[in-house]
Design a protein around this ligand. Structure first.
Ligand code: ZN
Ligand code: ZN
Length: 141
């Protein structure tokens, strides 16, 4: 199957990201860290590969856990991606991408961390933090 090319950029335009994906699926994370980091649930294009980042001088990378880090623009503050520290897995911000009108919102994770005062109407798979991490561990093994 031909890979889909993705283009993303931050608000000020200093950082431009290109990537490829097999399918345009968006995963929403409701965890405390994501919400505090990007000011809302983090909506990520899952499984982005061949990631290239231009404007690296403006990129700020924050280690948010022992195994993950988050990239944002130092100039305009846009939240751009979550990645594992070895960069083998990227969750690229769907909101930073252009031309993804045909994306599918496929799952919500850390649903047990979601504040009670909002709900997404999309009918998606929902995983608790524990369920999500268990899935990740079995993928790795
Ligand atoms: Zn920027
Ligand atoms: Zn999260």
């Amino acid at each position: 199957m031909a890979k889909r090319r993705l283009h993303a950029h931050c608000l000020c335009g200093d950082i431009k990201i290109d990537a490829k994906v097999d399918r345009l699926r968006v995963s929403v994370c409701h965890c405390d860290t994501c919400r505090r980091w990007c000011g809302g649930p983090f909506m990520a294009i899952e499984g982005a590969g061949d990631v290239t980042i231009a404007g690296i001088d403006s990129l700020g990378v924050y280690a948010s856990s022992e195994w993950g880090e988050r990239g944002s623009c130092k100039r305009c503050g846009s939240a751009l991606f979550f990645r594992t520290k070895d960069a083998s897995h990227y969750g690229l911000s769907a909101m930073a991408c252009t031309d993804i009108d045909d994306a599918e919102l496929s799952e919500q994770i850390f649903i047990d961390s979601k504040p009670s005062w909002y709900d997404l109407a999309n009918d998606t798979k929902k995983l608790t933090g524990m369920e999500f991490l268990a899935q990740f561990a079995s993928d790795e093994g």
